[in-house]
Design a protein around this ligand. Structure first.
Ligand code: SAM
Length: 295
């Protein structure tokens, strides 16, 4: 991403999460009243009319896609806490509002939000202006491309993280923007702070979508590339298990967003969701706990 500019893709996905409120009731899987605040800038009114969200196909599929992706990871979070987990790392947190949305569930937990300083700075200013605070959150700034992730464990520890207790690391909507070097360093570092009973929940796009993009992927990549956040990295599904295994995680589940949409949504909404090759996977370290993201 471009230094000093808060992530625009983070603003876009956070707003798309909030727009879920404009969908028909049976298409809503999550509630995020906070996300659109981070996209509001100057004259730009981030709220499209409900008619557009319901009937303009590309907008509707993005909003539905965010409902599915967020819900699968919300379920992984709920399962982790139900199994006794009390530490969550949001890696590339962006405008993820889980600490606000699940304030009650996370009342005894610590949530470490790690992100680029420009994005996190914007998030904290918007929250402060709205007098919103999430008591569970500890903020940590990091540039994944500039600072070795191996050093992050120490910084997390200084912020109150205990690497001897289980941690759920959520890496949502980030892997596609990083280089293979940064991905490798990140997975190894995550493993370093993941005691037995920990889990890593990842969303990613397939390598095929990166290397042999169809029209829809080319259009999406042109947009995110033009705003300085090109898609660069993906795994094909069969590649993720050995990749994680070589770095100390067992792949617990790996599903396409398209399949998750069919599982979670009525079929008339699910069709066309996740067509860009997006997937969600959960890997566990040591004794696994009951996190599930698969169909
Ligand atoms: C598409 S956003 C996803 C945000 C959030 N996880 C979500 O799903 O709403 C990508 C995030 O990755 C972060 N990011 C991208 N490149 C980064 C880098 N080199 N260092 C730190 N963060 C980075 C951005 O700041 C942004 O918050």
């Amino acid at each position: 991403m471009i230094d000093a500019i808060p992530s625009r893709t983070a603003a876009f996905v956070a707003a798309a999460r909030s727009y879920g409120a404009l969908l028909p009731a049976d298409a809503r899987l999550i509630d995020d009243p906070y996300g659109a605040r981070f996209a509001a800038r100057g004259r730009f009114d981030p709220a499209p009319p409900a008619l557009a969200v319901r009937h303009v196909a590309p907008l509707r599929s993005w909003v539905l896609y965010m409902q599915v992706r967020t819900r699968v990871l919300d379920d992984a979070l709920a399962a982790f806490v139900a199994a006794g987990g009390r530490q969550v790392v949001l890696l590339g947190a962006g405008y993820d509002a889980r600490a606000l949305r699940f304030a009650e569930l996370l009342r005894d937990s610590r949530v470490f939000e790690v992100d680029h300083p420009a994005t996190q700075g914007h998030k904290r200013r918007v929250l402060a202006r709205a007098a919103l605070s999430a008591p569970a959150v500890r903020y940590v700034t990091w540039d994944f491309e500039e600072r070795p992730l191996a050093e992050l464990a120490e910084t997390l520890a200084a912020a109150g993280h205990d690497a001897t207790r289980p941690t759920l690391t959520i890496w949502e909507g980030v892997t596609m923007y990083l280089t293979p070097r940064a991905i490798d360093a990140s997975v190894r570092a995550i493993r370093g702070w993941s005691a037995a009973g920990s889990a890593l929940a990842i969303t990613y796009v397939t390598r095929d979508a990166i290397e042999r993009p169809g029209f829809a992927v080319r259009a999406t990549r042109a947009v995110v590339g033009a705003i300085g956040e090109p898609w660069r990295f993906g795994w094909n599904p069969g590649e993720l298990a050995p990749y994680l295994e070589a770095r100390g995680f067992a792949l617990r589940s790996d599903a396409s967003i398209a399949d998750e949409a069919m599982r979670l949504l009525p079929a008339r909404y699910a069709r066309g969701v996740g067509r860009l090759g997006q997937r969600v996977a959960v890997g566990t370290s040591g004794e696994s706990i009951a996190v599930a993201a698969s169909t």
